[in-house]
Design a binder for this molecule. Structure first.
Ligand code: KG4
Ligand code: ZN
Length: 338
């Protein structure tokens, strides 16, 4: 068992992905993005599962080819069991089960949120891995959580959103401003040229370590509507300042909860993951927090932040070492607690 090759499959939302990992080192990580959802301004579940169905075979072939290995060399198949969109999960789950059965190798189920966190343990040149215990904040279009991580598979959710995910807050802001979906990266781009203090937005009052973003979205909508009524070109004239102000507010909301979590737990190792980790404002603020609060922060390569099978592969490898396998009776789980 000193040569462990795992093929991992991720299909929980709108990205079809396959990766091959060899003893903890990534050989390939192929992601097929589904462009189809752009026209609808959000992910359409039915279209997502159809696209997975079309993409999965070519994506798996590419992952094996890039890794330069034959399917008969595989030691196990890992797949995302949940949480996610049921129709999307079913494609990856069924494919993984069938392939494991065909190759007569073990099957490993992976929790998508655990994978976002354990992505920090992928072997990468020059990337220092966190040590236990650490706090992980997962921020994406589908999730916003703060998790206390005491060991690879000993995780406790200590805070999460009560409504929208932080990525949705970015995307809905972009939509209000007339920017295309997913607008988070565009808000980030405009924000870099704007004044973050130009338009103050109130932060929601949410007890403990939980988050809420739906109030902010409504506040932005009213703010824009009111100003547009007085000046029809208000958005065009102020887009950088609006984006900078919204982004600043979102970052403050995240940082307030992270600071509280760090204070409550006494943990100063802070890791982030999920697509919103790409945000330049968040990255800068976290870097500053290292000096300001004595934190050590961990931000993985962008490729491992957004949904990808590489993060599923590392969990597959860790579970393989623990002989933690599942049998073919396993089924996808749309709602799945850590
Ligand atoms: O992890 P991800 O690819 O997919 C899931 O939602 O699980 O995250 C996508 C989210 C979208 O909401 C997108 O707008 C946001 O991440 N995002 C960003 C940035 N890059 C991606 N949000 C703000 N600033 C960015 N630079
Ligand atoms: Zn995700």
């Amino acid at each position: 068992t000193d040569q462990v090759y795992i093929l991992a499959i991720e299909s929980s939302c709108d990205d079809t992905s396959a990766a091959v990992i060899h003893n903890g080192k990534m050989l390939s990580n192929v992601v097929a993005n589904q462009k189809i959802h752009e026209a609808y301004g959000g992910v359409v579940p039915e279209l997502a599962s159809r696209a997975h169905q079309q993409n999965i075979v070519p994506v798996v072939h590419q992952a094996l080819a890039k890794a330069n290995i034959d399917k008969n060399q595989l030691s196990a198949i890992a797949f995302t069991r949940g949480p996610g969109l049921m129709g999307s999960l079913l494609v990856g789950t069924s494919f993984a089960k069938s392939l494991a059965m065909g190759l007569q190798i073990p099957l490993i189920e992976v929790h998508h949120m655990q994978a976002h966190i354990l992505a920090h343990f992928i072997e990468e040149e020059g990337y220092e891995k966190p040590t236990f215990p650490f706090l992980a904040m997962t921020i994406s279009g589908g999730h916003t959580q703060i998790v206390r991580v005491d060991d690879y598979f000993k995780m406790t959710v200590i805070g999460e959103t009560t409504d929208d995910a932080v990525g949705e807050a970015f995307d809905k802001t972009a939509k209000i401003l007339g920017l295309p979906y997913p607008g988070g990266p565009l808000v980030d781009k405009y924000a870099q040229e704007g004044n973050p203090k130009a338009f103050p937005f109130t932060k929601p009052k949410v007890p403990g370590l939980d988050f809420s973003f739906s109030g902010l979205k409504t506040a932005i909508l009213y703010f824009v509507q009111k100003n547009k009524a007085a000046n029809p070109t208000f958005i065009e004239e102020n887009i950088a300042d609006i984006c900078a102000s919204v982004q600043h507010t979102i970052i403050q909301i995240l940082m307030d909860k992270l600071k509280l979590a760090s204070k409550d737990t006494g943990i100063k190792q802070i890791a982030i993951g999920g697509g919103v980790s790409a945000n330049s404002g968040i990255r800068n603020t976290l870097k500053e927090a290292e000096k300001k609060y004595g934190w050590k922060t961990y931000i993985p390569k962008f490729e491992y932040c957004t949904d990808n099978a590489g993060m599923i592969a590392i969990v597959g490898y860790l579970k393989y070492l623990n002989n933690d396998f599942t049998d073919a009776s396993v089924s996808a789980k749309a709602r799945y607690a850590i």
